[in-house]
Design a protein around this ligand. Structure first.
Ligand SMILES: Cc1cc2nc3c(=O)[nH]c(=O)nc-3n(C[C@H](O)[C@H](O)[C@H](O)COP(=O)(O)OP(=O)(O)OC[C@H]3O[C@@H](n4cnc5c(N)ncnc54)[C@H](O)[C@@H]3O)c2cc1C
Length: 468
């Protein structure tokens, strides 16, 4: 058995672990990044963000192809998806991204070790390496970035053949005719809209009154209208009493109120929990929270002062986007490279079809806080670029303070929302006033111009307010 010492060991090579390891290597520390997978990237690349976004892109492409074909081509063309081809494309995207990450880690001087890690004590890890000698490593500091897995909820017999979770859904052998999706959170709504767009009859059930219920009502209602227009069915206030498959052709789902749904396949998305089962955290004095997460302080330090935790293991926002930043900050703290506070302004990006993105204050929070705001909204169909691109749905809304001066938030729904929101993020972080969005010249015709038009609407309201 070999043994070695490092300044820092990072367990888990997803977004959180990669950025922690890179930050440490850049600072000249000896760092090893361990993951049980043959290649770095994490569940983010293998089963989470990247494959789901690749499938969303395919769904958007197909939708676009259908509408263009209907308008521009004489012959009737009904593009149908070949799931096999789509999944081949998803696989190629995953491989390309894994390659990029591996090269980046190598360039940055990060030592990557494949193996499954568990704590022996507060200084040492045991690494089980498939087909090789077990390896013990010691380190001055550790960062746990082992991610999450679907939350196990009793009563859902997930078999990955008829009833799937978000980790297994892309192992579908073919597109089913119909699918019942349980859970109208981000992952459930994303997959429900993607599969609907791909031609599957989707029923989305949620115990709340609307999907994506944490968003302001206009955004989630707009999403719902679009989902319904595409043939999706949403069942609100639904509590699942039982779910079972006949193992032959379908899944039967019964709600507590007696309603029964039969679908060819089912997808259960009821949240995620920290993936720490094999780490033996108890040995190093770390207890999980009642929600199954690793508790940390503002510096990402766990109950054990030598051990930090970042990414999905610590819970919300549980996004790849924030995991990168958490990893970087935790490495700085662990190696005492100087304090940096986490940036509070994190955008929300929801890759449904259509996409949704927000930054800063939203209407819902303004209402809860009884804050007076002035909003300006422009529909994509009003913009020259929107008309050229044939975008019927979608809008961008700016939220300003009660004087209509200071920009506080941006909400976007529609094509390209997750990119479009970044201009608003930069504007808010730079402290721009709404006027700056009007005074600046935007390329014409572009979707970015939406900012100018929405700002003009705020200015109009300001003028009206001054006249009364
Ligand atoms: C369907 C889906 C869609 C998503 N879409 C988005 C999105 O659009 N945008 C976004 O920002 N986020 C998205 N997310 C969330 C995002 O994927 C996660 O927030 C992100 O992957 C968390 O990164 P992480 O580094 O914490 O963990 P992970 O990416 O989960 O990586 C953890 C790694 O730790 C390894 N590991 C675990 N235990 C051990 C052990 N004992 N020893 C060695 N290695 C171990 C695992 O093999 C894994 O590689 C999505 C998630 C899902 C499920």
């Amino acid at each position: 058995m070999k043994s070695d010492h490092r300044d820092l060991i990072v367990i888990g090579a997803g977004p959180a672990g990669q950025s922690a390891a890179i930050e440490a290597a850049r600072a000249g520390a000896s760092v090893t990044l361990i993951d049980r997978a043959p290649r770095p990237g994490g569940e983010c690349v293998r089963r989470g963000t990247i494959p789901s976004k690749a499938l969303q892109q395919i769904a958007r492409d197909l939708r676009r192809l259908r509408s263009s074909a209907a308008e521009l081509i004489d012959e009737e063309i009904v593009p149908r998806l070949s799931l096999e081809c789509a999944l081949r494309r998803v696989g190629a995207i995953i491989a390309a991204h894994e390659e990029t990450i591996a090269e980046r880690l190598q360039t940055e001087g990060v030592h990557y070790l494949r193996g499954s890690a568990r704590f022996l004590d507060r200084d040492r890890l045991r690494i089980e390496i498939p087909g090789a000698e077990t390896h013990d490593l010691s380190a001055s500091k550790f960062i746990v970035a082992t991610g999450s897995r679907p939350r196990e909820v009793p009563g859902y017999p997930i078999d990955h053949e008829w009833i799937f979770d978000s980790d297994s859904v892309l192992s579908l052998a073919r597109l089913p005719e119909s699918m019942l999706v349980v859970g109208g959170g981000v992952i459930g709504s994303e997959y429900a809209s993607i599969f609907s767009c791909l031609g599957v009859r989707v029923t989305l059930v949620d115990r709340g009154g609307r999907p994506l219920g944490f968003l302001d009502e206009d955004l989630s209602e707009s999403f719902l209208a679009s989902f319904r227009e595409g043939g999706g069915v949403f069942v609100p206030d639904a509590r699942v009493a039982s779910m079972e498959t006949d193992g032959f052709s379908s899944v039967r789902t019964e709600l507590e109120d007696g309603r029964v749904f039969t679908s060819e396949r089912s997808l259960v998305t009821l949240g995620r929990q920290a993936d720490v089962g094999r780490l033996d955290l108890g040995r190093v004095g770390i207890r999980l929270s009642p929600r199954g997460l690793v508790p940390v302080d503002a510096s990402f330090r766990t109950e054990n002062e030598k051990i930090f935790a970042v990414g999905d293991v610590i819970g919300p926002p549980a996004l790849a986007a924030s995991a990168f930043e958490q990893g970087r900050l935790a490495a700085r703290r662990a190696l005492e490279l100087g304090r940096e506070a986490a940036e509070g302004l994190v955008p929300t990006g929801i890759y449904t079809v259509p996409e949704i993105a927000t930054i800063g204050l939203d209407r819902a929070r303004a209402e809860v806080e009884e804050r007076e705001v002035i909003t300006g909204r422009v529909h994509f169909g009003e913009l020259a670029r929107g008309q050229i691109a044939g975008l019927q749905d979608g809008y961008l809304e700016l939220i300003a303070d009660e004087k209509g001066k200071k920009l506080l938030g941006v909400a976007v729904i529609g094509e390209g929302a997750t990119d479009l929101v970044h201009l608003g993020q930069a504007a808010i972080l730079s402290g721009w006033e709404v006027d700056a969005l009007v005074k600046n010249v935007f390329n014409f015709p572009t979707m970015g111009e939406a900012y100018r038009h929405a700002a003009l609407r705020i200015l109009d309201q300001r003028r009206v307010a001054l006249c009364v």
